[in-house]
Ligand binder design. Structure first.
Ligand code: FAD
Length: 387
């Protein structure tokens, strides 16, 4: 293990591996340390969804950019991450929701995200198995999509290594060395690594790292909430191509895995704050009630697996991204709630540029994601959370 680098990135999920790749691409000597294996936090447990359909300008603009990045990512990383633009379909059950959809669509279109209002009949053409009778309208964007989180993390890590980065798995940061309010390096279970820049990409565990730096766990109040998924046996390809979500049905959603055709089913049942990842029977019952109401044919499909991961939630469900002003050389990109996977390419690029150049060409609104906003008592409008 090397004992010195220019930058140490803590956390090997989609965020940390993307940051490490983008830093290595800019010629930075970077080490990424991951306490388990890469992807083992929340990234390998996510629902694979990638969307631009947020309800605020900052997230829409970032995600519009990210979709362009996702489109080129396999070619750039020379490894297929299986990004597919299969769309996101939100469904309304009340007139109030239809009105809200219209407002969302106006905002999306302002930033050239081609969301449109569709009828239940049109929704059924997109998802033939849909129980369209229960819905009044759909909010449909065909340019949203999904990608394979396993392949994405491996691709970022592979390319980062090719560009000179070191990635140490099963290497846990146990302390951060800070002298005169400047970071000097990290202590790990395998020894000390000196570095002038440390990036906290530990997401649900980010407050523990912040505490090591002396900031206190509540400085950026990220809390781990257990969220779960079930996956069915494979259906024929293309049966439920988009992510389908009627938000009023407890934020429930279904999405056919772009890799093997199994259907991922999620719902808004959450537990926490907790670091427990045990799947629960209550979730299994709850999610199946909603999933089979959205797609009745799922009643006849076997469940293969159920698992849990974390939404690392901030009070406004927007991540904390940027530099920490009190400690020289300390940066954070964490607290991604239910939408960190989809943001990884652009967030990694923006963070690397911020560290190296002090600014970035990525349309990431630093003020919106400012890690210091919580201590000022300044919350953003809540980011929509589903997949
Ligand atoms: P993580 O993947 O959690 O990585 C953080 C890493 O830090 C972990 O691997 C951890 O082991 C490591 N770490 C922690 N402490 C230390 C330490 N002391 N030393 C070294 N390493 C450390 N997002 C989407 O975009 N689309 C979706 O459809 C979607 N669906 C989801 C469905 C579910 C059920 C869940 C649970 C999440 C979903 N998410 C989704 C959210 C997404 O999974 C996360 O936002 C994203 O994976 C965050 O990536 P990350 O790299 O920031 O964090």
């Amino acid at each position: 293990m090397k004992s010195k680098a220019e930058v140490v990135v803590i956390g090997g999920g989609s965020t940390g591996t993307s940051i490490a790749y983008h830093l290595a691409k800019l010629g930075v000597d970077v080490i990424l340390v991951e306490k388990g294996y890469i992807g083992s936090g929340s990234t390998f447990r996510c629902a694979t969804g990638i969307r631009q359909q947020f309800t605020d300008e900052a997230n829409i603009r970032l995600q519009k950019y990210n979709v362009e990045r996702w489109k080129r990512l396999s070619e750039e990383l020379e490894y297929d991450v299986n990004f597919k633009q299969t769309g996101y379909l939100f469904l309304a059950t009340t007139e109030e929701e239809v009105e809200a959809f219209k407002q969302n669509i106006e905002l999306h279109n302002k930033f050239y995200v081609p969301t449109k209002l569709i009828t239940p009949e049109e929704a059924k053409e997109i998802v033939p198995l849909l129980n369209a009778d229960e819905f009044l309208a759909g909010q449909w964007n065909p340019t949203d999509g999904k990608a394979n989180p396993f392949k994405t993390v491996f691709a970022f890590a592979k390319k980062a290594r090719e560009l000179g980065a070191e990635i140490y798995e099963y290497t846990e940061v146990t302390g951060v060395i800070v002298e005169n309010k400047e970071v000097q390096g990290v202590k790990t279970n395998k020894g000390i690594i000196k570095a002038d820049v440390i990036v906290n990409a530990a997401n649900a565990w980010a407050p523990i790292i912040n505490e090591m730096v002396g900031l206190g766990k509540e400085f950026i109040p990220i809390k781990p909430y257990k969220h779960q998924l079930v996956k069915t046996e494979p259906l024929k390809e293309g049966q439920i191509e988009p992510l389908v979500c009627p938000p009023a049905w407890n934020d429930s959603y279904v999405l056919q895995d772009g890799e093997d055709g199994g259907v991922l089913c999620g719902t808004g049942i959450e537990y926490g704050p907790t670091y427990d990842m045990t799947p629960t029977y209550d979730f299994l019952r709850g999610v199946l009630k909603w999933a089979t109401r959205i797609i009745p044919a799922l009643k006849y499909v076997h469940i293969l697996r159920q698992w849990a991961g974390f939404y690392a939630k901030t009070p406004d469900s927007n991540p904390a991204i940027g530099k920490i002003n009190y400690i020289d050389g300390f940066y954070i990109a964490a607290g991604f709630s239910g939408h960190g996977f989809m943001m990884a390419p652009g967030v990694g690029e923006a963070m690397a540029e911020l560290i190296v150049k002090g600014k970035s060409k990525v349309p990431l609104d630093w003020n919106w994601y400012d890690p210091h906003r919580f201590e000022r008592g300044e919350l953003r409008s809540a980011a929509f959370q589903i997949g």
